[in-house]
Design a protein around this ligand. Structure first.
Ligand SMILES: O=P(O)(O)OC[C@H]1O[C@H](OP(=O)(O)OP(=O)(O)O)[C@H](O)[C@@H]1O
Length: 212
């Protein structure tokens, strides 16, 4: 199981590899504020700095660990059926489900099976990133799976943190001539109702309480 110390160690490793805090946020599936806090904490634990450098409390974010579902195909099948159930009222002509790589792809496989649709996958731009400006990169649809070709489709991922990846996928589907009809995730940390006119469903919405 991942705990905060694991996240701090991962953030330090990514920072050492030269990733920006925004890129570390994407990698670790946490907000930018949290990524910044994790990087700062990893520095604060080094012998050269006193522990006073650490903030008195952590940021208002949560790390979602759904590996108890992801490591067991039967549990993933059950969860994906619940996700498919959320989608079922949207679109009568949908015969394609797009999973966002990496974690959204296995979930989408089970959702596609439950809804009896074709399966496609989208690799977001951040996965092509090695160095330089990520905005100059594009994502891609895998040729190993179904293509968009003017079709209506559903979009599946594990989590929404900022919504950037889901928004990028909606845009990419439209650029290919497709029509995203609805999106579904396991956990939505934004509590989105829709994104660019596309309904977003989640099994669990995370709602911050007591924030400024
Ligand atoms: O809403 P956002 O801020 O864009 O973050 C959510 C995305 O981040 C994670 O992907 P990531 O590439 O980090 O991990 P994965 O490859 O394991 O799916 C997650 O699977 C979503 O795709």
């Amino acid at each position: 199981m991942k705990n905060v110390d694991d996240l701090i160690a991962s953030a330090a490793e990514l920072a050492d590899r030269g990733l920006s805090k925004g890129e570390i946020a994407d990698e670790l599936n946490v907000s930018r504020e949290t990524a910044s806090w994790l990087v700062d904490r990893s520095g604060a634990s080094s012998p050269s700095q006193g522990s006073d450098a650490a903030p008195p409390s952590g940021p208002q974010d949560i790390h979602v660990d759904w590996s108890a579902i992801g490591r067991d195909s039967k549990r993933m099948d059950y969860v994906a059926r619940a996700m498919a159930d959320l989608l079922e009222d949207d679109g009568e002509e949908v015969d394609l489900t797009i999973g966002i790589e990496k974690a959204g792809a296995p979930l989408a496989t089970f959702v596609a099976q439950a809804l009896d649709t074709d399966l496609g996958t989208y690799a977001p731009a951040k996965h092509q990133w090695e160095e330089g400006d990520i905005d100059e990169l594009g994502g891609s649809f895998s040729r190993n799976f179904a293509q968009i070709r003017d079709r209506q489709c559903y979009v599946v991922d594990d989590t929404v943190t900022s919504g950037t990846t889901m928004k990028e996928t909606i845009d990419a589907i439209r650029e290919e001539g497709g029509e995203p009809v609805a999106c579904v995730v396991v956990v939505d940390k934004q509590g989105l109702e829709e994104l660019d006119g596309v309904p977003v469903y989640s099994l669990i919405d995370v709602v911050g309480v007591g924030r400024e």
